[in-house]
Design a protein around this ligand. Sequence first.
Ligand SMILES: CC(C)(COP(=O)(O)OP(=O)(O)OC[C@H]1O[C@@H](n2cnc3c(N)ncnc32)[C@H](O)[C@@H]1OP(=O)(O)O)[C@@H](O)C(=O)NCCC(=O)NCCS
Length: 140
Amino acid sequence: MILIKNWQEAKQEAYLVRKQVFIEEQGVPADMELDEFDSTAKHALAYVDSECVGTARLIALPRNIGRIGRMAVLQTYRRRGIGGQLLNALLESCKSQGIAKLELHAQLVAMPFYENFGFIAQGEMYYEAGIAHRDMILSI
Ligand SMILES: CC(C)(COP(=O)(O)OP(=O)(O)OC[C@H]1O[C@@H](n2cnc3c(N)ncnc32)[C@H](O)[C@@H]1OP(=O)(O)O)[C@@H](O)C(=O)NCCC(=O)NCCS
């Protein structure tokens, strides 16, 4: 089950997942995990048996552009479609917000996941929080 929540409702569960995936698994510095976009973003949360096992967020930027980010599924729940369900829920949410174009900073290892949804890589590779990334975009 996927629910879309605001930060006030989402923060406790979203942070638990993000902490395990980004800070503990991937070594992202703890002080980079939360940022100023969380409070205004829409957060998708994935539940299995009432446990939150995945999260992602959608930030609305100027000019009808949205940015997907903080896409994370707990390790033991991966490769069973949960990440895809989170992304689909945020794509739906774009429609109701009038968002016409999406951008994201993809970890190189996650690029095949986003390519399945039609995202196209743009520009050079760069490092963010010590992890190799490329920008990807999608017109919706
Ligand atoms: C990226 C992530 C959210 C995907 O979640 P998921 O629940 O495993 O994704 P899904 O099961 O919906 O994947 C659907 C498809 O995406 C592709 N995919 C997913 N993870 C992949 C990977 N690591 N490598 C290659 N393809 C991948 C596959 O085509 C997969 O379909 P398949 O299982 O039939 O082959 C998850 O791997 C994760 O949390 N990774 C760690 C955090 C991270 O890197 N986040 C991305 C930041 S940009």
